[in-house]
Write a protein that binds this ligand. Structure first.
Ligand code: FAD
Ligand code: NAD
Length: 470
């Protein structure tokens, strides 16, 4: 029989969850001299660093390199040729794991440097000021009493009841650490994960079929933006079944699907990646006992990231959409500064959204339809990469940059872009909106030549009626 000893510690701030929300909050709190304890049940870095953003982008890059090599083997217009490449999947996964290891180790170092005490174990909430943590395999439990409790417990993948995760049914976590390349992969859900990973697997040579309930891919994005992604999916040989629902799975026939006309058919598959969304992690650790106000499935917060209980804060995926790492980090910093007495609110002008498909998609601020729906009279203009010199040199002439601005004073309301490498334009888009830039500010800024960024300037010029290169 094991006996449990309990050690009591007190702190000003206790953070549950060491993902991008929680670890950033803890680092900033430490920098501000706030005694801080962070509890993490799995690995520092959370979903983002260990099973999300970083490993997925590593796999996407490896797949792109492999596809380029295959392309060159077939002879390229650039005059580059090479032999047929091979893939050592185990090495690819090791390389990806090495990046994860470096980053999670780095987060541990940053927390130490900031003076944060990290407890490795699962937190169990007793009340709004007391949390118990079972530390490690041994018998010791730590009871932490705090003035401020910050919930940063993140989210987990939604499973389909007709095909729970396990065996051939992959979650994104399984798809990021494959032990084999399936010959046929069926992806359920054409959202962020389904398309980012579906495209990567296709580039690795897998036969990929995507089943999506909505009538189009990336249904949360504007249709004009997703059109180049749709064209690229078709060109690459990804098979799409849109407006379809998944009924179940059996090893013999594969995935059973029903289309809008209620016809049923089966899609043979060696593996099925289910990517139908993520749900906030709110159960299993005593959160219910606080009886916080909820907004549907997620913890409700105000513009300060305060929950309905005094001294209890929440950030990141546990607070709902948009479930993005940079939102979680920004909220974490904001909460730490408020606990230190700074006057802060979490009211960004825009939260960038980037989908790392091929081509990439970026949305920052309002689309033309959203601006009009908000009752704003606006102008919008797009500049195609087909007219951008740098895009030609990169063989990346598909896609465009679009700007949306108020008609009366030209204040920029939003940017959208689709094209190769446009994720990196998100910084310029976000800055112009947060700084209250007008079309003239961007149009009169000298953009380096030759860069994709010139399309940003040209979109602003075009909205003013005098684009130079089209
Ligand atoms: P999480 O990162 O989920 O961290 C929560 C942490 O809390 C976890 O480590 C968990 O173990 C811990 N925890 C939970 N309960 C307890 C408890 N009771 N006790 C102790 N510890 C606990 N976002 C982007 O912005 N860009 C991307 O490119 C991107 N790509 C993604 C790709 C994939 C495949 C996935 C799955 C997600 C991706 N995301 C991306 C989303 C991003 O990962 C999340 O938005 C982000 O990680 C949320 O941060 P968080 O701190 O709220 O929670
Ligand atoms: P998602 O919400 O992006 O996409 C889910 C898709 O599945 C939707 O298109 C939806 O219509 C479809 N769907 C739902 N139920 C279905 C069913 N039964 N059959 C067929 N289709 C169905 O969710 P995700 O791709 O799982 O990603 C989860 C979250 O993780 C995202 O919302 C995002 O917040 C985050 N994420 C972000 C990035 C990024 O920023 N680049 C990348 C990956 C994940």
């Amino acid at each position: 029989m094991t006996t449990t000893t309990t050690k009591d510690i007190t702190t000003k701030l206790l953070v549950i969850g060491g993902g991008p929300g929680g670890y950033v909050a803890a680092i900033r709190a430490g920098q501000l001299g706030i005694p801080t304890v962070l509890v993490e049940g799995e690995r520092l870095g959370g979903t983002c660093l260990t099973i999300g953003c970083i490993p997925s982008k590593a796999l996407i890059h490896a797949a792109e390199v492999f596809e380029q090599a295959r392309h060159n083997a077939a002879g390229s217009a650039l005059g580059v040729s090479a032999g047929e490449p091979t893939l050592d999947l185990a090495q690819t996964v090791r390389w990806k794991d090495g990046i994860v290891q470096r980053l999670t180790g780095g987060v541990g170092g940053l927390l130490r440097k900031a003076g944060v005490q990290v407890l490795k174990g699962w937190a169990q909430i007793e009340d709004g000021k007391t949390v118990t943590v079972q530390v490690g395999e041994g018998a010791e439990a730590v009871r932490v009493r705090c003035e401020h409790l910050l919930l940063a417990t993140g989210s987990e993948p939604v499973a389909l009841s007709s095909m729970p995760f396990g065996g051939a049914i992959w979650s994104s976590t399984d798809a990021l650490s494959p032990d084999m390349l399936p010959r046929r992969l069926v992806v359920v859900g054409a959202g962020y994960i389904g398309l980012e990973l579906g495209i990567a697997y296709r580039k690795l040579g897998v036969e990929v079929t995507v089943v999506e309930a909505a009538q189009r891919v990336l249904p949360s994005y504007d249709e004009e933006l997703t059109q180049p992604v749709l064209e690229s999916l078709k060109k690459s040989g990804v098979v799409l079944h849109l407006g379809c629902s998944v009924q179940g799975w059996d090893e013999g026939q594969g995935v059973h699907v029903r289309n809008a006309r209620a016809d049923e058919f089966a899609l043979p598959a060696d593996r099925v990646l289910v990517a139908v969304g993520r749900r906030p992690r709110t159960t299993g650790f005593g959160l219910e006992s606080l009886q916080l106000d909820m907004a549907g499935r997620h913890v409700a917060i105000d513009a300060h990231c305060r929950t309905s209980m005094r001294g209890v804060w929440a950030i990141g995926d546990v607070t709902g959409e948009p479930m993005l790492a940079h939102r979680a980090m920004a909220q974490g910093e904001c909460v730490a500064e408020q606990i230190a007495g700074h006057n802060r609110r979490f009211e960004p002008m825009a939260i960038p959204a980037v989908c790392f498909t091929d081509p990439e998609v970026v949305v920052v601020g309002k689309t033309p339809a959203e601006a009009r729906a908000a009752g704003l009279e606006c102008i919008d203009a797009a500049f195609p990469f087909a007219a951008n010199g740098r895009a030609m040199t990169l063989e990346a002439t598909g896609g465009f940059v679009r700007v949306v601005a108020r008609k009366d004073n030209h204040l920029i309301l939003g940017w959208q872009a689709v094209g190769q490498g446009v994720a990196e334009l998100a910084a310029a888009f976000g800055q112009s909106i947060e700084m209250g830039a007008r079309l003239e500010d961007v149009a009169h800024t000298i953009h380096a030549h030759p860069t994709l960024g010139e399309a940003v300037q040209e979109a602003a010029l075009r909205a003013l009626g005098h684009a130079l290169h089209i």
